[in-house]
Structure formats: structure tokens, C-alpha cells
Design a protein around this ligand. Sequence first.
Ligand code: DC
Length: 251
Amino acid sequence: MTRAIALDGLSGAGKSTIAKALANTLGINYLDTGAMYRALAYAAKQEKISLDEEDLVASWLDHSGLELVLARTGQKTLLHGVDVSTQIRSPEMSRLSSAISALPSVRHYCVEMQRQLADQQMPLVLDGRDIGSYVLPRADFKFYLEATAAERARRRWQQMQDGSQGAAAQSYDQVLAEIIKRDLNDSSRELAPAIAAPDAIVIDTTELSAAEVLQRILQLMRVRAAENPALGDFWRQYLVLDPVCGAEDKG
Ligand code: DC
């Protein structure tokens, strides 16, 4: 058993909002795995490393300076000690991170780092594309968030208007076109594509607010932990389960 919560889904499905809120509610740390691919894409661009030359990329990875500082409310993504958390949110980095994440050497590098962090920082919430299906197949809880492409684009576009993504202005149509392209890249790549693990609980968030998704996930976790002693013994302290009756709040 891996004491982790895997939160997967395509771009704009609400993973990072929910992952942060979930980690904060449970009082545990959160790892945004997409930020690792974004930071590597950013570093590769800065250092003029061509993504077409995989051998070069593979030998460069150990020198990329990628480092993560985890916290309940998000993480700091560092390159050679410099915080690049804001710079990696641009539409260009969305495109480049999707491209770099398809390279096998990059995936091996990031997945290895993710497994080490999950081991060291147990229990952990991880958001990504392949956490439940590939990175941590024995994660205690697995959720896969879905929403229509139109709704995911609307959310991304809204985030841009709010300035929370640090991105240059893009029209809604541009955001939608990029989401559709990234969906295709991320779900059709050969190695560890974005996919719901067979034992993941799929939640369609199209019609739900973030607060509703969070409540649904917490409720599902409580029920599963109450039914399964191996889970309940460990997660009781985080989920506030009654030791005798199981889930305290079933409402
Ligand atoms: O979640 P995000 O939009 O920040 O992720 C950026 C890119 O990184 C995404 O297009 C695909 C890739 N990614 C991945 O391949 N595997 C993950 N676990 C997380 C992200």
C-alpha cells in the first residue's frame, strides 16, 4: 500500500485546485507533478536544449537543477535554487511541457523523483495524468477528474482573466484549441498516457463546483476507509473517523 491520494485527469479538470484543498483539509502535503514537466520544459528552453535530440536531453536531466519544495497549499518549483513557479504557467510552457513529457527519459526521471517524494513525504496528495495508473499503482485512493473540453477551457480562460496563471491573454477559442491539442498529446503518447486506472473513481466535475468535488472526494474516502480496516487504521487520523462506527459524517 502506498499512503497516497492520486488525483489524475486532463488539463483544466480542476486537479490542482482540488489537490491543494484536499491536502489542506487533511493536513498533508501536495505534489503538483505537472510542474515538474513544466519546469524541465522551461529549463530546456532557457538552456537551448533541443527536444528533438533525446540523447542530449537524457544526459542533461541530472544537470537541470530541478528541485521541489512541498507544502499543503502548493509547492515551490526551483531550478538551480531559483523559484520558477510563476514562469512555468505560460501557454508556451503548457505546450512545451506536453511535448517534453512524451520523451521516455524525461518521464523516467520525473516518475523516479515522484516515487521518491511519495516515499519520503507520506502521506501525500499527487496530481497528474498517470499517478494512479503508472507512478503509484498501489496508491490508497485514486480519483480521475473529468469535465468536457468546453468547461475545462472555460475554467483555464477564467484563471487567466484572474491573473492567477501568470499568463498572457488568450481568447477562449485559443484556450479551447490548445486544450484539445494537449488532450490528444497527453492521452495518445506511448509511455504512461493520461488514463484512469481501472480501480480509480471517475468523477465528472463539469457541473460541480470545486467545493462540491472536494466534499465528494472526502466522503468517498471516508466510506472506503470505514469499510476497509487497512485503510481506516492509517487514514482515521486524517479523515476524523470514529474508531468504532467508521465514518463519522455520512451526511
Ligand atoms: O497538469 P499540467 O497542465 O501542469 O501538466 C503539464 C504537462 O505535463 C501536461 O500537458 C502533461 C504533462 N504531465 C504528464 O505527462 N504527467 C503528469 N503526471 C503530469 C503532467
